[in-house]
Design a binder for this molecule. Structure first.
Ligand code: PRP
Length: 192
């Protein structure tokens, strides 16, 4: 499997490099407009918003999105791991927590994909307890039909109604294919 060239693992390109770039640009503009206008942010000291990148999948989105937000921002990284099983599906734990304090700050969680919603639900509960001024979510791919818990994506790049396994632009299969510049559907026959 590891000898299969990345492109052989993609049965269909869903979102091209250009389409992703254009959409990320739009997301950046929307976020800047929302927070720059003061309609969304609640930080009484008007400090920069903090983007929280959920490693590892969201690193590419964070890198591109950050450069498309023409207002002051800060960013930080977290890493979580799922260890859900039959008795506790969707259980999540921190591998790396935030370095920045978020109390009183406007924060945006940046995800590559929201699927069952378990990861995001956990993060929203943990971060809300730290009393940020506001908390929103940006995800490049939203799969609402797959939700097991109810969570909302405020800034969604693309909504996927199908249940196809997607790779590329940060998203992996067995830690591979994150470096594809586009998002494609994994060809299941190529990884057997
Ligand atoms: C992916 C993605 C989200 C999570 C979404 O992470 O980055 O964090 O799954 O799934 P959920 O909505 O069902 O909880 P993954 O565990 O694959 O790790 P990665 O970011 O390192 O690829």
């Amino acid at each position: 499997m590891s000898n299969v060239a990345p492109r052989d693992c993609v049965s269909r390109v869903l979102f091209s490099q250009d389409a992703i770039h254009a959409r990320v640009e739009e997301l950046g503009r929307t976020i800047a407009k929302d927070y720059g206008s003061g309609n969304v942010g609640r930080d009484e000291h008007k400090r920069p918003i903090i983007l929280i990148c959920v490693l590892r999948g969201a690193f590419m989105l964070l890198a591109d999105l950050a450069r498309q937000i023409p207002i002051q921002i800060q960013y930080d990284f977290i890493c979580v791991s799922s260890y859900g099983n039959g008795t506790s599906p969707g259980a999540v734990r921190f591998v790396k927590d935030l370095d920045l304090p978020i109390r009183g700050r406007d924060v945006i969680i940046v995800e590559d994909i929201v699927d069952t919603g378990h990861t995001l639900d956990y993060l929203l509960r943990v971060f809300s307890a730290r009393q940020p001024a506001s908390i929103r979510v940006c995800a490049l791919i939203d799969k609402p039909a797959r939700r097991a818990v109810s969570v909302n994506v405020d800034y969604a790049g693309f909504t996927l109604e199908s249940d196809e396994f997607v790779i590329g632009y940060g998203m992996d299969y067995a830690e591979l294919y994150r470096n594809l510049p586009y998002i494609g559907v994994l060809d299941p026959t190529a990884v057997q």
